[in-house]
Design a protein around this ligand. Structure first.
Ligand code: M6R
Length: 604
């Protein structure tokens, strides 16, 4: 969380910073600020609220210079005010810092610095760092940053600028940073999209590395000062991939990209002739007795579907865990455990820490990840990229369907190698998987019908989502989408569990979304619809094309094309994404940047 951009070069740094921050606002939008090295020393401007407030302030008071740092904040310590906005500067205004993460021992450091006469103007943990660096600075900025960091505990990605130095210093522990390489200019950012207008040649800083960045050079070392090699990577995403492309919101664009995303995720990996998937993984699928699938939020729901698929196709016990719970439950992971980390960003700290816990216990790690070069991909033994392209909307959509497609392939990979899945069955499944992009396209055609349903129900104060087996996660994901972007309270339950308590919620005011496409769960879920109906609940069903029976029971039906039941979660979530989107738009919510959220959660 928090967006970071730094620049040194020949352009006006403020323009580069603002351009980069626009592409990072999804990381946090509580406040924004810049500090730029000008001919009259460092100048800084910061504003609580969204980036546009800072842009307006900069129009009135322009700042130009050839190096600078910029930040969008997701508040941890201290409310979103101008004072708490980054960058934080020393009292003499010569040194500035931006930070993502949490300095855990900030209170102790602050007490020490106060005693030495430093004056603090914010409530943030970050401000201690700028004073600590000042305390150590004797002309060598790199050395001062290194010394300060040796005293700081916690997670951080920082970028530091000094009025008398022709360089910016970047350093990270846990929180991500990526350096962009240019000609006569260089960049640093918390995420790749900020760099795309300028360069696609990047260096991902490793955990515990720092970099000295000048217009003509980038030098990387560890936090003790030992040199580290510059490992450059070419980013495949284009600038267009990270823009709205005519849609009013990134979320809607990303929902509509799903057919293409499925092509991308599956492309080149389905070998129908031999009934195999080609995943180019080095892990041995026969080397494990159990699997732990661990993730957060939407990625966890994809992992939950993955659990059912793997157990069904590969007959190996799988536990699906919420990442923030995993490491505290003393997990029974060992050398015969495959730990699968599912994550769009590859940076979610809960997932990363769970991964580290599993590794300490001897497990092998497979990452199912979207962002190339992200921390999880570097710490995992192997990575299966989901190839969803940049996902900017804070509410995850296209990454979810890509994760589901990827987990299906993982299940096939395991099942084929372990001899639990035959070639013919795999060929049939692959034949169906090939249809997914076209079927996703057909599902999107429901948009208008869903708009009408959204108009009818958008005033409801609560929703209940139900689904059974593979569609329990679909129900949870539908509820999460609705809560996140509309702020309507939504509960999800496995459909069979409803009668054990939540049924008491049902009355004529409660819309109940029941996910019931054709599959082994169908009849039982239909009975649950009857139970809701009998208590006056208003059912919105998600069903398979041609299912006329469900029409008699439900007030509304959203149809998805017929597909192999194991693949139906990939299609069934799409109407729920659109429903949440349309309701949020009708309520005038900020769809791409819903309150209190951030795209990638890098604090525990
Ligand atoms: O980047 P990750 O997939 O690891 O992110 C996990 C969750 O933070 C994320 O899915 C979150 O729940 C989204 N806001 C869901 O829309």
């Amino acid at each position: 969380m928090c967006g970071i951009v730094g620049y040194v070069g020949y352009r006006n740094a403020t323009d580069v910073l603002i351009e980069g921050l626009r592409r990072l606002e999804y990381r946090g939008y509580d406040s924004a600020g810049v500090a730029v090295k000008t001919e009259e020393g460092l100048k800084s401007l910061k504003r609580a609220g969204k980036l546009k407030r800072l842009e307006a302030a900069l129009l009135e008071k322009p700042i130009s210079g050839s190096s600078g740092i910029g930040h969008t904040r997701w508040a941890t310590h201290g409310p979103p005010t101008d004072e708490n906005a980054h960058p934080h500067l020393t009292e003499d205004g010569k040194l500035a810092i931006i930070h993502n993460g949490i300095i855990e021992n900030y209170a102790e450091l602050k007490a020490r610095l106060l005693a030495r006469g430093h004056r603090f103007v914010s409530d943030t943990d970050t401000e201690v760092l700028v004073h600590l660096i000042e305390e150590h600075f004797q002309g060598d900025l790199e050395a001062a940053v290194r010394q300060a960091l040796s005293e700081a505990l916690g997670a951080y990605a920082i970028v530091v600028l000094h009025q008398d130095r022709e360089e910016i210093i970047a350093a990270r522990t846990v929180s991500p940073l990526v350096i962009g390489l240019g000609e006569g200019e260089n960049f640093v950012a918390s995420d790749v999209p900020a760099l795309l207008p300028f360069t696609r040649k990047v260096v991902f800083l490793e955990d515990g590395e720092m970099a000295v960045i000048t217009p003509d050079a980038v030098r990387v070392s560890d936090l003790r000062g030992h040199p580290r090699p510059l490992r450059t990577t070419e980013i495949e995403w284009s600038l267009e991939d990270a823009e709205k492309g005519g849609y009013p919101h990134y979320m809607l664009k990303e929902i509509h990209e799903q057919p293409w995303v499925l092509e991308n995720t599956l492309g080149g990996r389905l070998d129908e002739a031999n009934g195999e998937v080609t995943l180019d993984l080095t892990l041995d699928p026969t080397a494990f007795d159990k699997i732990h699938v661990v993730a957060a939020g939407t990625a966890y729901y994809a992992g939950w579907v993955g659990k059912y698929l793997i157990e069904k196709l590969a007959r190996i016990p799988v536990e699906a865990d919420i990442a923030s719970e995993y490491r505290y439950r003393d997990p029974l992971a060992d050398e015969r455990t495959l730990f699968i980390a599912v994550s769009q960003s590859g940076e979610t700290i809960d997932t990363l820490e769970a991964l580290r816990e599993a590794k300490r216990r001897g497990a092998s790690v497979l990452g199912v990840i979207n962002v190339k070069g992200s921390t999880i991909t570097r710490e995992a033994d192997d990575t299966l990229y989901i190839h969803a392209g940049p996902e900017i909307g804070v509410a995850s959509t296209k990454a979810y369907v890509a994760m589901l497609a990827a987990m299906t392939m993982v299940a096939i990979w395991l099942g084929r190698a372990r001899g639990t899945l035959g070639a013919e069955e795999t060929r049939q499944l692959i034949g169906e998987m090939r249809k997914l992009p076209r079927l996703a396209e057909a599902t999107l055609a429901q948009q208008e019908a869903i708009e009408r349903i959204a108009a009818k129900y958008h005033q409801a104060s609560d929703f209940l989502f139900l689904g059974r087996n593979l569609h329990a996660p679909t129900a949870y994901e539908g509820a999460l989408k609705l809560k996140e972007i509309s702020y309507i309270h939504a509960e999800a339950y496995p459909a069979g569990e409803m009668k054990h308590g939540p049924i008491a919620l049902i009355d004529e005011h409660l819309p109940v979304v029941v996910v019931t496409p054709k599959g082994p769960w169908y009849e039982k879920t239909r009975s649950n619809i009857q139970e809701v109906k009998a208590r006056g609940g208003r059912v919105i069903a998600v069903a398979t094309d041609g299912d006329e029976d469900v029409k008699g029971d439900a007030e509304e039906v959203l149809y998805i094309p017929e597909v192999h039941p194991l693949l139906s979660p990939i299609l069934a979530v799409i109407p729920l994404q659109i429903l949440a989107y349309e309701i949020a738009v009708l309520l005038g919510r900020d769809v791409d940047q819903p309150r209190n959220l951030a795209k990638s959660v890098t604090v525990e």
